[in-house]
Design a protein around this ligand. Structure first.
Ligand SMILES: *[C@@H]1O[C@H](CO)[C@@H](O)[C@H](O)[C@H]1NC(C)=O
Ligand SMILES: *[C@@H]1O[C@H](CO)[C@@H](O)[C@H](O)[C@H]1NC(C)=O
Ligand SMILES: [Ca+2]
Length: 232
């Protein structure tokens, strides 16, 4: 009895190891640091030979049946992992942040470049990957979805949406707005216009304010990286 159960235990361990190694060897994710330990097994499509460019492509290929979760996508250079919001129609999540986030967004340029946090939780996908995703003639749409403490949802969309390369300091380019939230990105209100701005972090000041907006605190919390004009 004891022998049987311990053999079973060992087999189970080996099986798990085998899956872990082959999945890990089969692909090198450029942003593997966004996966928690064992996260490779939670990827919904880690056995494919070629990966889709983004979550929308996966959503379309599945004819709308794909579920929310972690997927490997291949925007340009390297495959990366992203959380796909399939419920709302195949969106590639580039930022997720909740109130009282345990993921700290007060970060340096390199962190914002390659992403941080956890794709299971709060994260920033990485400016480099958003640049690679949107560096195409096909227009992308940026959707901002806001959920308040009463679970009331507001949203806003910008089309087209593009991030320029690092040489251009990941400048953001936004098109026409629609939605039921306040347009906080393309409406020009007293030097708070985020559209067309370069990205700023606490160690790289590209904003139009005499100080660094990423360092300024609001309710004791530093702003973190953003496409600042004169803050806000
Ligand atoms: C965040 O923390 C504050 C203060 O502790 C609390 O009032 C608020 O309900 C928390 N919000 C969430 C979403 O947990
Ligand atoms: C892609 O990026 C390169 C380098 O920044 C730029 O010259 C080119 O215009 C971009 N292409 C598109 C379609 O955005
Ligand atoms: Ca400044």
């Amino acid at each position: 009895m004891n022998l049987k159960s311990s053999v079973g235990f060992i087999l189970l361990l080996l099986f798990k190891c085998a899956v872990w190694t082959s999945a890990e060897e089969a692909m090198v994710l450029a942003n593997a640091h966004l996966l928690p330990p064992g996260g490779y097994q939670r990827l919904s499509n880690n056995n494919e030979k070629e990966y889709a460019r983004d979550c929308y492509e996966i959503f379309q290929h599945s004819e709308g049946s794909a579920k929310d979760g972690l997927y490997v996508i291949h925007p340009m250079k390297d495959p990366i992992v992203a959380y796909c919001n399939m419920q709302d129609g195949g969106w590639t999540v580039i930022q997720h942040i909740t109130a009282n986030s345990t993921v700290d967004f007060d970060r340096i340029w390199l962190d914002y470049k390659y992403g941080f946090g956890s794709v299971h939780d709060n994260y920033w996908l990485g400016n480099e990957y958003v640049y690679q995703l949107t560096n195409t003639s096909r227009p992308y749409t940026l959707r901002v979805k806001l959920v308040d403490l009463n679970a009331e949802i507001k949203w806003g969309e910008y089309e087209p949406f593009k991030i320029e390369d690092e040489e251009s300091q990941y400048r953001i380019r936004l098109g026409l707005y629609k939605g039921n939230a306040a347009d906080a990105l393309t409406q020009d209100t007293e030097a708070y216009l985020h559209d067309n701005q370069k990205f700023t972090t606490k160690d790289r000041d590209n904003d139009n304010y005499f100080q660094n907006c990423a360092k300024l605190e609001y309710n004791g919390i530093p702003g973190g990286g953003w496409w600042y004009d004169s803050c806000a």
